[in-house]
Design a protein around this ligand. Structure first.
Ligand code: TYD
Ligand code: MG
Length: 448
């Protein structure tokens, strides 16, 4: 009896019963595919039923609770993870700190760097407080040498920095080009699966998408993490993309300091500005988590051309909200410089923070602080309505854990929410108190 071979090399036709990163026949990388032509004798192909005991996926803690959360509980042995990010964002630093943590937990780690020399990595390790003998190093420019080193050392984790710096002599194209990056990644995936070595590779993305792209690698790897932030500020976010072992959309927050990356929880950074004029609490969603973040605003009357300047907020959205607060809620803002920031270096893109920005502006314009212990949630529409947003329950939950007693928002059903339909209603506290100070047209609507 003849049965079909499951796999074969597209280069030399060698048939295989098991997938391999490199063809044992001709040595080509990434050429093993489902066989469409050949046959093989039944003795070579073992066919079994699927009745296996499914054990809970083993997880290795990374020493960063946020990274464990993003990974879905920790690092899975034999998994392949891509850490993507712009140059200079801190990928190599994060990688080295992860290796430091894992090796401190007794797991062997091998770093293959094609970006930096052993001396450079050693110097950085010292700066990060990682003992020089904790992590093994090999040059990461030649793919076969890296694969060989990993075969020899059999580490728990092979870190490759970066996938773009590897050269596969069997593949064409320029180093860092799509063909090279793909064949190198395929070889590393093969290595991970055959040897049960976890592989963590960095990949550069450019601002305008990707050149020889991590995005073209997404299908090959198990997990994609992207490391983001403003290179000029210390704030960094590790966001989970594709994840074969967990949920997408989780995030972890870091701050880059002189001695490396420190994990932070923006919720802890709820600044003490609460209760001061110009300050309002927003409840943005970051991945699947809600956060409490303080929005601060300053309104400075001017005779010249009015400036609008924001940090951590979307500038266009801010202008729109300012226009609504001015025109429809009756707080004159046109002849003033307007400034707004999200405190703690957090970046807010969530439209659910619109109402908090409006509240900070109204508060800054009138000099009246929002009611104590209040947060604001809702998207602001051009007609001055407050629109419902997703995840209201979670946002209110976070407000509660932060000790905030009330949330102004567009949800009439959610417990703990003070229902508001319009921006004027939500800013009633500023309007009423503002009249006493003069200069502000006030709205007679008050929250229900
Ligand atoms: P790096 O990890 O080299 O970025 P990538 O690998 O993504 O290109 O780090 C980039 C920046 O981080 C670099 O400009 C210096 C800074 N840095 C710190 O501020 N503190 C530190 O402890 C380290 C190691 C780096
Ligand atoms: Mg680097």
């Amino acid at each position: 009896m003849k049965v079909r071979a499951l796999l074969a090399c597209t280069e030399c036709g060698q048939q295989l019963a098991q997938w391999a990163g490199r063809c044992p026949g001709c040595g080509a990388w990434g050429t093993i595919e489902a066989d469409s032509t050949g046959t093989a004798s039944s003795s070579r192909v073992v066919i079994r039923n699927l009745d296996v005991t499914v054990e809970a996926q083993e997880r290795i803690r990374t020493g960063f609770s946020g990274i464990d959360r993003v990974l879905g509980g920790g690092l899975v042995p034999g998994s392949v993870t891509l850490l993507a990010g712009e140059p200079g964002i801190g990928k190599s630093t994060l990688l080295l700190q992860l290796l430091g943590n894992l090796s401190a937990a007794g797991l062997d780690c091998l770093l293959a760097s094609g970006e930096e020399s052993r001396e450079q990595v050693g110097t950085r390790a010292r700066r990060l407080g990682i003992p020089g003998d904790a992590v093994s190093f090999t040059a990461g420019r030649e793919l076969p040498a890296v694969v060989e080193a990993a075969h020899g050392a059999r580490p728990f984790l092979l870190a490759v920095d970066s996938i773009q710096s590897l050269r596969d002599p069997e593949s064409g194209g320029i180093v860092g080009g799509t063909a090279q990056v793909r064949s190198s990644a395929d070889a590393l995936v093969g290595l991970a699966k055959q040897q049960n070595i976890a592989v963590l590779m960095t990949g550069h993305v450019t601002k305008d998408g990707d050149v020889a792209g991590p995005r073209t690698l997404e299908h090959a790897v198990d997990v994609v993490l992207s490391f983001e932030g403003d290179v000029r500020t210390g704030q960094r976010v590790l966001a989970g993309g594709k994840n074969r072992f967990g949920t997408e959309g989780e995030v972890a927050w870091f701050e880059m300091a002189g001695d490396g990356l420190h994990e932070i929880d923006p919720a802890d950074r709820l600044a003490s500005g609460e209760g001061r004029p110009g300050s309002a609490i927003a409840l943005p969603m970051a991945g699947r988590r809600a956060l409490a973040v303080e929005v601060q605003s300053l309104v400075v009357p001017t005779d010249g051309s009015a400036r609008r300047q924001v940090a951590g907020l979307d500038a266009k959205r801010f202008q729109l909200i300012a226009a609504v607060v001015d025109r429809l809620a009756g707080f004159p803002l046109t002849r003033a410089d307007l400034y707004a920031t999200a405190s703690g270096g957090v970046r807010i893109d969530d439209p659910g923070c619109d109402l908090a920005i409006a509240a900070a502006l109204a508060s800054a314009a009138t000099g009246v602080a929002p009611p104590a212990g209040t947060a604001f949630v809702g998207e602001v529409g051009l007609t001055g309505e407050v629109r419902p947003v997703a995840s209201m329950g979670q946002r209110v939950g976070v407000a509660r854990t932060q000790g905030l007693s009330s949330v102004y928002g567009p949800a009439s059903e959610t417990a703990g929410v003070r229902y508001v339909r319009t921006v004027s209603q939500a800013l009633g506290w500023a309007a009423m108190a503002g009249t006493a100070r003069g200069g502000v047209r006030y709205s007679d609507e008050t929250p229900e």
